[in-house]
Design a protein. Sequence first.
Length: 306
Amino acid sequence: MTVVRVAAAAYGVDFLPDWAAYEAKIGSWVAEAANAGAELLVFPEYAALELVALLPPELHHDVLGMRPALQGLLPDFLNLHARLARQHGVCIVAGSFPVAEGNGYVNRAYTFTLDGTLTWQDKLLMTRFEAEEWQISPGEGVRVFALELRGGNTLRFGIATCYDSEFPAPARQMAEGGAELLLVPSFTGSRAGFTRVRVGSMARALEGQCYAVHTPLIADAPWSYALEDAVGRAAIYAPPDGGLPEDGIVAEGGWNESGWLIRDLDLALIRNVRADGHVLNWRDRVAAGERSTPAEVVGLGAGVGV
């Protein structure tokens, strides 16, 4: 079998009263996807910011002060997701968390294996809000995760968090490392922002001839400046070729509808397209790089200087 069942969360933020409510909510989400047979569960970027509700009220709008305060909740956050991964026998990519690292903070997406072991991918490229207001630092290094599937095959996937998906280089490095699935957890405050990540995800799926799974945060949270509004729809994209959808959209949920989007993804289709598609984007990446020389400016008119 070359099929993996993936659950993509359009995760709706709630103002939760205590840790028990958060634990119950995440437990319910994971149980729902696991009971539907999903092997890989993906939550959005900064879904962990829901925990800001548990901090003192004076920190709800303090984007710098909330960062160190959230670190006190991190051990319980990690233990909860590890326990749920073990309990249900699934791989969980948790909602990313602003984690203290060195002298600053990074945007970290933790991944929990079936036995509860954790690893992570840090976001590499910061949006203006992250860099200028929140002072979140870029992470270092690209990782590819190898997940052993129930049928005995191995799925290799990478995580291009939100803005990272808008650039070819990180996703290409993941594909070079064997990734056939790109996960794109996002937090976008407008339809324009969502569209940028959507277009980036579809472009990366086309370039790498791989699947891309887009998981958005959904929020109407005036109680926290860090959250406020978040919009989108869960979706799964693919290269439009060789038995895959002609519009490149495998599936998508409703706009701003919280819930799971669960689909079976056949890795054989991706492999066939890479080997014998109508076009061979993945093969031709080498030629594209070799033939992309510095641009020569050519004047088109007597008065145009070059």
